[in-house]
Design a protein around this ligand. Structure first.
Ligand SMILES: *Cc1c(COP(=O)(O)O)cnc(C)c1O
Length: 414
């Protein structure tokens, strides 16, 4: 259990050493860029080295029986946190701007943990139909077995979502833009409807990251990240993060985190911390590359439509422009009707795009998808095959040449 007198986690990292020059309120007044460089580290705690060390450990030993009985130590046991994980959580707090953050071993667990922590048998959950598919599978299997009912809703609902609330609706899950199909959601309208009903709003904010959508500022109560994507940024770590808007909710999430024993390896905390230091720079490069590639694809004769909310013709563009401050480099396209065999000829011959799940790394990826078989509240009207692209840090002209040759193979095989 979290001790009631436990100070906010961010303060724990300002004890001695060179950070002593900055009080927590001085730190809070700094701009985000600066906070991202400083957060979660104090060289006085790491023998003067710049970065916090990887601390491995299960057991914490105490000098006296009295200390042990009172658990009088900064750390009590390996499953309840350690300095490397604290450093990461402190850094995450600086960008999420919530009351506290916990980290877990995958983005998927980042989605499932807050649902497990806040919902009880008899409760009702509203879930966007555009949600990341494994989150849907969790609702349809484990939540269902635990007696929690899920209703999927059309992601285009704003204030009209109020009609779907029942007396037992405890939470609304959002994801904007949605997985695979990139529908935007009117988060402020959903927050207003949910809060009027006393329900929580949770958001999978992996696409925009807190740098490009400040979800807590918009009233989102629980902000989830698959840190596997842009946080870690190098396709070599699985990690999830859960940030709570209020201290009470943070306590609830943290208690569930401790009760379940959801601990991550300190190496993964270290690598994610390293990723976060440069995330802003990577996104600054990847956002315009993604938009430029989406525009280039929109002009191709083989492409029926592009799903990218930063493009003015996208149905979600007005919401994106109103609420978001940037875009990541993941988007979808619908091809004009063509045989899957031809799509295979295009994708199989690509040399720069890897074909695989996940995204947010430094490298470009491509995959075919079909969301129609499992959507239940909406029926996307795709007439041709659908493809998802992630644009990495390669030269854009090289990537276009790779795709151009792919389109030639597609036409030849059609
Ligand atoms: C990848 C992803 C997740 C899950 O992250 P993992 O670390 O792969 O479990 C959750 N939500 C979204 C939107 C994702 O793209």
């Amino acid at each position: 259990m979290v001790k009631p007198d436990r100070p906010p986690r961010i303060i724990l990292l300002f004890r001695n050493g060179f950070m002593k020059k900055l009080s927590p309120s001085d730190f809070a007044a700094l701009r985000e860029k600066t906070r991202l460089v400083l957060a979660g580290r104090d060289p006085a705690d790491s023998y003067g080295f710049v970065n916090p060390p990887i601390v491995r450990g299960s057991t914490v030993v105490y000098p006296t029986m009295e200390d042990f009985l009172q658990r009088k130590a900064r750390y009590s046991y390996g499953t309840k946190g350690n300095p490397t994980i604290d450093a990461l959580e402190a850094a995450l707090n600086t960008i999420e701007g919530g009351a506290g953050t916990v980290v877990c071993p995958s983005g998927l667990m980042g989605c499932t943990l807050p649902l497990l922590a806040t919902l009880s048998a008899g409760d009702h959950l509203l879930m966007t139909d555009s949600v990341y598919r494994p989150t849907r599978m969790f609702c349809d299997s484990m939540l269902k077995r635990l007696g929690i009912e899920t209703t999927y809703y059309d992601p285009s609902l704003g204030a009209e979502i109020a009609a779907l609330f029942r007396p037992n609706t405890k939470a609304v899950w959002t994801e904007a833009p949605g997985s695979q199909t990139f529908e935007m959601q009117d988060i402020p309208a959903i927050v207003a409807a949910a809060h009027a009903h006393g329900a929580l709003v949770m958001m999978d904010n992996t696409w925009a990251t807190p740098l490009y959508f400040d979800s807590h500022k918009f009233g989102v109560d629980i902000s989830v990240q698959a840190g596997t994507k842009y946080y870690a940024g190098h396709s070599d770590v699985l990690i999830g993060t859960v940030s709570a808007r209020t201290p009470e909710l943070y306590r609830t999430i943290r208690d569930a985190w401790e009760a379940l024993g959801v601990i991550i390896a300190p190496e993964d905390a270290f690598l994610t911390l390293r990723g976060i230091r440069t995330m802003r720079l990577r996104l600054q490069e990847q956002m315009p590359a993604g938009i430029a590639m989406a525009q280039w694809l929109a002009a191709r004769p083989e492409v029926a439509r592009v799903m990218h909310p930063a493009l003015p013709e996208d149905p979600g563009h007005a919401l994106w422009k109103r609420d978001f401050t940037g875009a990541s480099s993941l988007f979808g396209i619908e091809l004009k009707p063509v045989a899957m065999k031809a799509v295979g000829a295009m994708l199989d011959g690509l040399s720069l795009f890897g074909m695989g799940a996940s995204w947010g790394g430094y490298e470009s990826l491509i995959l075919p998808f079909d969301c129609r078989p499992y959507r239940t509240a909406t029926t996307p009207d795709f007439k041709g095959p659908t493809i998802r692209l992630h644009i990495g840090l390669e030269d854009l002209d090289d990537l276009k040449a790779d795709l151009e040759a792919g389109f030639e193979r597609l036409r030849a095989a059609a």
